[in-house]
Design a protein around this ligand. Structure first.
Ligand code: NAD
Length: 251
């Protein structure tokens, strides 16, 4: 049976990825820091309370995965939103916290997945970036910097690991319906002195399709990128966002 590891799999996009990979026939392993959410996950999943930015815990997790035969697909999906603030108001500690998880967590995931995949001579690494990693994102300096970094890291992995039969690709979700975006909308509404609905409309109207996306849309793309149908797709940045035409629309 193929195995998939999904970081931040207990809710949101990662949770949808868990279901999509399970439906595609994978043995699903997830990490998360929310123990209550982990306990509510399907009993068929292997759920690990691991913070992606903790090197020792990540090493132990991959030792466990090695002991059961390795991993075919890794979704380095964990990322935190970080502060919504003008660049001069971003605290150094908040910058570091966002970079540590959102970029550092992807690095650690790839660092420990690579030897297992090299030994197998195959593997797919799928990193979750963002439209913020393509356009930038006003008032979200650490997040946008981390999401650009994730793409640079993915391109490097594709080049470095391609000779071993390992592929790496990035998915850039647009604004996804759900609790995370609700938090972003509320904070941005406060920062810009607007209503939540005005901010929502601004996000949706910045896309050609005038839409948010669903977590399932991202999960389906991840399963495709892990599949043999994408066997010659590597080093690519794929947006699943209803086509962002204006990353900073004014409603
Ligand atoms: P979310 O806020 O719903 O969080 C998903 C999970 O991440 C939570 O269960 C949380 O406990 C877990 N988590 C947080 N820190 C962690 C850590 N250090 N280690 C392990 N798990 C941790 O997030 P989401 O909306 O599902 O986003 C998933 C990914 O997609 C993130 O990288 C995010 O930046 C990216 N993304 C999201 C959107 C969106 O609109 N939701 C848009 C673009 C990109």
């Amino acid at each position: 049976m193929k195995r998939a590891l999904i970081t931040a799999g207990a809710s949101g996009i990662g949770y949808a990825m868990g279901h999509a990979f399970e439906a595609a026939g994978y043995d699903v392993w997830i990490t998360d820091v929310d123990r209550a959410a982990l306990e509510a996950c399907p009993s068929t999943w292997t759920c690990c309370a691991v913070d992606v930015s903790n090197e020792a815990d990540m090493r132990r997790l991959f030792d466990e995965i090695a002991a059961v035969g390795g991993v075919d697909a890794v979704c380095a999906n964990a990322g935190v939103a970080g502060p919504t603030a003008a660049v001069e108001d971003v605290d150094w500690a908040d910058w570091q916290a966002c970079i540590n998880v959102t970029l550092g967590g992807v690095f650690l995931t790839a660092k420990f997945a690579a030897p297992l995949m090299k030994a197998a001579g195959a593997g797919a690494i799928i990193v979750t970036s963002s439209t913020a990693g393509v356009f930038g994102y006003p008032n979200r300096a650490p997040y946008a910097a981390a999401k650009w970094g994730v793409i640079g890291l993915m391109k490097t992995l594709a080049m470095e690991l391609g000779p071993y039969g390992i592929r790496a690709n990035a998915i850039c979700p647009g604004a996804v319906e759900g609790p995370r975006m609700e938090g972003v909308l509320e904070r941005e509404a406060q920062a810009k002195n607007m209503t939540r609905d005005e901010v929502y409309k601004g996000y949706a109207s910045g896309t050609s399709m005038r839409t948010f996306v669903e977590a399932r849309d991202i999960a389906d793309m991840a399963v495709f990128l892990a599949s043999t149908a994408a066997g010659r797709v590597s080093g690519q940045v794929i947006s699943v966002d209803g086509h962002t035409e204006n990353p900073d629309p004014k409603p």
